[in-house]
Structure formats: structure tokens, C-alpha cells
Design a protein around this ligand. Sequence first.
Ligand code: SAH
Length: 273
Amino acid sequence: MINDSDIKMLSKFMPQFPPGSVWLVGAGPGHVGLISVMGLFALKQADVVVYDALVNREFLQFMRPDAEAIYAGKRGGKPSATQENISHAIIKYAKQGKRVLRLKGGDPFIFGRGGEEVEALSKADIRFLAIPGITAGIGGLAFAHIPATTRETNQSITFLTGHDSKGIIPSAIDWDALAKGSQTIVMYMALKNIDDICKRLIGGGRDENEPVAFVRNATLSDQQVWQTSLGAAANFVAENDIKPPAIVVIGGNVALRAKILAHALPFYPEAQK
Ligand code: SAH
């Protein structure tokens, strides 16, 4: 794996992580191998790691033994930490002179409230660095063996969230325009409103037979992938009891999966035995 001499060699390429600053790091969709080298580098140095619910706990073993891990998500039915409280905690640790690593699932700025956090840090006069991560809508597709684009199927791809800050279908999205103007559509947090979303897309002219895939727990060892059609998608979610976290992908590229699946090597060592 990555030892101290590797870290030393990498350090000449790395930005500084000074005491009293915050690195906002995307952990990727789940698989430990999908964090960036920069992110891993920060994880090895941080004094405090504040991590979200969707972050794989395996990452915490890369922390310094004397560093502190703080959970900032929902657990055991307790209400989730508010965004304000999380930002407040991060600022507090930075002001204590700690190197604070804010570890977020996927990419911090893709439906991850990273924007709010860096705004709060700026207001509090805290220096920060944001390190991109592989977003679930990219990593999840690759691990499900769905090429995000191919020249034959789609020349564009759209990422959207299926619910807004109130939990309802985002009214700022022009669903008719989306149905007509987008080719492949990759949706985050879309299970709750799947019925409404599919109806709007079909109402906007999308073919009911268009392939749809669901990727749950993408890139983790218990990843599940399902495939259906746009017209059948809402019933399919109910019948198969598909639960979050899942990515929904709609488009011609989904059909390629069936052709390549049999030749794909496993992503986890235990699956190779
Ligand atoms: N910033 C994250 C997204 C956070 S929003 C990113 O870039 O990936 C949370 C939503 O992301 C989930 O409801 C789900 O739609 C999606 N998601 C995150 N991790 C996932 C995973 N491992 N498998 C499937 N979907 C995932």
C-alpha cells in the first residue's frame, strides 16, 4: 500500500495543509480505492476528520492514531446535524489551530452542500482548500458497467437531483425542456419522487421503452444494479423495494451494460477467489 516513503515522495507535489485550515475532500462514492491521492494525503495528516453519513468508515483507518474522527450525519434515529452546526464545528476546530479535514461523499460540490461550507469558512476568515472527488453519478455508472457516454448513444449527459431542499421535486427544473434537450440523465436522490419524475419525462416526449438503471450502494461490496424501462420504473422501485442511496440513469447508454458485463473483472479482491 502507500507507506511513509511514498507519502514523502508525494508531498513535493502537494499543497500545504497548515494548522488552522480546512481541507474539504471528496471521498468518492464508497470504494476505498476511489479517493484521490491528494485526499488520502490530507487524511494522513489531519488532526480532526469530520465525516458524513455516506462516507465509507474504512477511510478512518488511514487517519493518524491521535487524530479525532467526528461524525456529522444521521445515526440511530437521532436528527441529523444541521448544516449550521456542522459548519460551526469545523470553524471551531480550525480556530483551535487544528488541521481539519471535512470528508464528504462523492464530490463536495455535487449536491453535497460543499458550497455552503466554503461560504461559511470564508465568512469566518478560515483558509480552505477543496479537493474534488469522484461523484456517485460517474463512479457508480462505471462500477455498474454503464459507459457514461458513447458516440453511438449520447453526446451529452445531465446530472440532476430528484428533490430540492424541501424534499419535493425541484420546480426550478424545466422538465419538458429536460425531456427534449437532454440525452442521458443521471439522477441523485430521485427514488422518492420517481413516479412524478418519470411521468414528467414521458409527458415531455421521452420514450417509455428507454432503458433505466438503478445503482444502489454504488462501488461498495454490496452494490446492486437493476435495469428496467422508463415506463415501468416507478412500479419497479416499489416492487423491488429499492432504497437510497441510489443513482438512477436514463438513456441509450444503459443498454450497453448487457453487452460488456460478462467480461468485466471484479472490483473487490474477495470476489476474485
Ligand atoms: N456529493 C455526493 C452526492 C451527495 S447527495 C456525490 O458527489 O456523489 C446523496 C445522493 O447521492 C444519494 O441519495 C444518492 O442518490 C447518491 N449517492 C451517493 N453515494 C452513492 C452510492 N454509493 N451509491 C448510489 N448512490 C449514491
